[in-house]
Ligand binder design. Structure first.
Ligand code: SF4
Ligand code: SF4
Ligand code: FES
Length: 238
């Protein structure tokens, strides 16, 4: 396995050639904000929160889908990046009804944590306030499409880790929504094994356990890490 040397925020870093800038940065203890990235699932570069600057290119590149390269000089914090990240977060808050005070994930939400970390104290865009459904047809879980940021973490975890492929995305742009099976109510989706991995994977209050009330929806991410590690090491076999 070939090794590449690069700098991230001026710090010399070595990484394997197949590693992404995000992996290399995290291994070096440099934190880059992410939303659609989920350890153990394929990266899709959907949210653009992990954008970084690379010396020599004017474009901002998503760290989660950009491979390291020899001599690369990566910058993860700058005024331009802070402004982009803040704008992306403001657009997400403006797109659906993220009213944190009445959300099951209040206090345990990655979107909320990112907004606080980026110093987002107001939204400069008009709120769209679309009306999206809340589906509580599943006996154990529910999905509130108003809280969905279309990160597709549920889609990937259900497909790649559980192997059920219950979730998908239908529609385009602001009308896009995650769906279960052929767009049937979740409770009628026969592919769902009720494993709860999508509940663990969702970064917001969009997918929740039924019966959770405001701010009660905490997650145990170590459960997903445990499954991913056990799968990679083939611990189920033998
Ligand atoms: S509970 Fe499991 S099988 Fe059902 S949708 Fe979620 S991840 Fe897929
Ligand atoms: S339901 Fe949750 S995990 Fe799925 S796309 Fe929406 S925010 Fe992401
Ligand atoms: S975490 Fe990289 S684009 Fe979302």
């Amino acid at each position: 396995m070939a090794v590449r040397t690069l700098t991230i925020d001026g710090k010399p870093v070595s990484a394997l050639e197949e590693q992404t800038v995000l992996d290399a940065a995290r291994d070096a203890g440099i934190e880059i904000p992410t939303l659609c990235h989920l350890d153990g699932a394929t990266d899709v570069g959907a949210c653009r929160l992990c954008l970084v600057e690379v010396v020599g290119t004017n474009r901002l590149l998503p760290a989660c889908v950009t491979r390291v390269a020899e001599g690369m000089q990566v910058v993860t914090t700058s005024e331009r990046l802070r402004e982009y990240r803040r704008m992306i977060l403001e657009l997400l808050f403006a797109e659906r009804n993220h009213v944190c005070s009445v959300c099951v994930a209040n206090g345990h939400c990655e979107l909320q944590d990112l907004a606080i970390a980026q110093g987002m104290d107001h939204v400069r865009f008009d709120y769209l306030f679309p009306k999206h459904l809340v589906d509580v047809s599943h006996p154990r879980f529910g999905v509130d499409h108003n809280r969905c940021v279309l990160c597709t973490r549920c889609v990937r975890v259900c497909d790649e880790i559980e192997g059920a492929h219950t979730w998908d995305v239908a529609g385009r742009g602001s009308r896009a929504t995650v769906i279960t099976d052929m767009n049937v109510p979740w409770g009628s989706a026969t592919s769902c094994t009720s494993c709860g991995k999508c509940v663990q994977a969702c970064p917001t209050g969009a997918i929740f356990r039924r019966g959770s009330t405001v701010a009660e929806m905490d997650r145990d991410r170590t459960r997903l890490d445990f499954i991913v590690t056990a799968r990679e090491k083939k611990q189920w076999i033998g």
